[in-house]
Design a protein around this ligand. Structure first.
Ligand code: MN
Ligand code: MN
Length: 467
């Protein structure tokens, strides 16, 4: 059946299942409302995993370095990427079942020398992160999340703009009355990257220190005083800070039937959260199950915490070692014999922009878990393009568990494209397929998903781990 002919998850669900969909999505909404950076996502995932009996692999290595079937461990690297293992009955060299998703999202990052004053206003200079339509990020409430590393080795956590009594910040836009010239510009240039600076204050005050007399009143002085009082940070400390500017406020029910969720960072936390919960729910496994939550996907999976990092491979070696079964050849076998659902969001068909999609092969909101045999662009370039045989296996697993799913590609041929982490794990020779959840307004400050798809995809992950 083409996706248009496939059953809508809502239609296929009885009252009891609908209730479970809504209930599950309450927890998901809380997760993405509380977690707006990769660090926050990883920390909260660890909290949830610990409640489910997961232990820190580092602690186990320090203690006796022993693992056995049934043990559950996690490894976190730099607070930004996470690998969870549920040790199965079979030897690890027989391969793992891996669920992977990314926990970084497009946003606006604060620069290392950010603070300046102009016309009695204090602003933070920024450099955006990931692919964004810059004009979407102006004239809306934004929050600042992140960390500031001090010289004394301490790290200060910062969250401004989430509590309902908190102030928010934001990027201003030019009034329509004076925007004649701006409105003639191309979309990519309507708001320029260097113009995404964050307005944070406007009360001038006198410096209290040495040059108080000759220093003229400045808003920047006021900002520095507040930062010192509230967070103990000084201007120099921006040098070693990671501050991310994101949409302020919680995720909310969307649609008058409450069937959808509007939230920041569905890409790809909706796949990360559902993968995590599926992983924790499937307790006894034959093959070791793994959940990977990785950073830096939006900028090419680079760096020590991106999927290209050797972190995961190293942790598999550690786990093998703790099982008393380590050898180089067993590590290689564990990797090549693995199977993976590499999960990332899919572009949901949008009836306002039908020309960007080929309807038979587009993902539809409410039609369940999405599989992309291939991603990439211009002739599948850069794509993992998974094996037909693996898709055959997966269909069988999903049908057995009665999971609604659809097959899609990212838009019409040659209209655009995109990549995921799938091809990186495929380098070990393992079977990897792209899967995930349809999203409307992807990469916009507020993205939209269907609650039915969120729940159904979680069931799909479970089917894969059980099957
Ligand atoms: Mn993504
Ligand atoms: Mn993305």
């Amino acid at each position: 059946a083409t996706n248009m002919e496939r059953k809508n998850v809502w239609t296929a669900s009885d009252a009891a299942k609908k209730e479970m969909i809504f209930k599950f999505c309450e927890d998901y909404k809380k997760y993405i409302s509380d977690c707006k950076t990769e660090r926050e996502c990883a920390a909260e995932a660890i909290k949830i995993a610990k409640k489910a009996g997961y232990k820190d692999l580092k602690t186990i290595i320090a203690k006796n370095g022993k693992l056995k079937a049934g043990d559950k461990v996690y490894a976190c690297h730099m607070g930004k990427t996470l690998a969870l293992f549920n040790i199965g009955k079979q030897p690890l060299e027989n391969g793992m079942k891996i669920l992977g998703a990314h926990i970084d999202s497009p946003r606006i990052d604060v620069k290392q020398n950010p603070l300046y004053e102009d016309s009695d206003m204090a602003l933070l200079d920024t450099h955006y992160y990931g692919g964004i339509k810059k004009y979407q990020w102006v004239a809306m409430p934004l929050a600042i999340h992140g960390v500031v590393a001090l010289k004394n080795g301490k790290t200060v956590d910062v969250v401004i703009g989430e509590d309902k009594n908190d102030p928010v910040v934001g990027v201003t836009d030019l009034l329509i009355h004076l925007a004649g010239e701006q409105m003639e510009k191309k979309g990519a240039k309507v708001v320029e990257g260097e113009n995404l600076d964050i307005l944070i204050g406007s009360i001038p005050e006198k410096a209290e220190t040495k040059a108080e007399k000759d220093a003229k009143e400045s808003v920047k002085t006021g900002m520095l005083r507040i930062l010192k009082e509230k967070y103990g940070i000084e201007e120099e400390d921006f040098f070693s800070a990671e501050l991310e500017v994101v949409p302020a406020g919680p995720a909310r029910d969307y649609g008058i039937d409450r069937s959808m969720i509007m939230g920041y960072g569905h890409d790809d936390r909706v796949c990360a959260y559902t993968s995590l919960i599926a992983m924790l729910d499937v307790k006894d496994v034959d093959k070791t199950s793994v959940c990977l939550l990785v950073d830096k996907e939006e900028i090419g999976s680079v760096g020590a915490t991106g999927m290209h990092s050797k972190f995961f491979e190293n942790m598999v070696a550690e786990v093998l070692n703790c099982l008393g079964d380590y050898s180089e050849i067993k590590l290689r076998r564990a990797l090549i014999n693995s199977k993976m659902l590499s999960s990332d969001v899919s572009a949901a068909f949008d009836p306002l922009y039908p020309s960007a999609f080929e309807k038979k092969n587009a993902a539809f909101l409410g039609k369940g878990m999405v599989f992309n045999k291939f991603t990439g662009s211009r002739g599948k370039s850069g794509s993992n393009d998974c094996n037909a045989e693996f898709l055959g296996e997966i269909r069988n697993m999903l049908d057995k568990q009665k999971v609604c799913y659809q097959s899609a590609e990212l838009g019409k041929v040659d209209v655009g494209g995109g990549g995921t982490i799938a091809y990186i794990l495929a380098q070990y020779g393992m079977e990897v397929v792209d899967s995930g959840i349809p999203v409307l307004s992807m990469h916009a400050p507020w993205e939209i998903v269907s609650k039915a798809d969120v729940y159904e995809t979680m069931l799909g992950y479970k089917a894969f781990l059980i099957g």
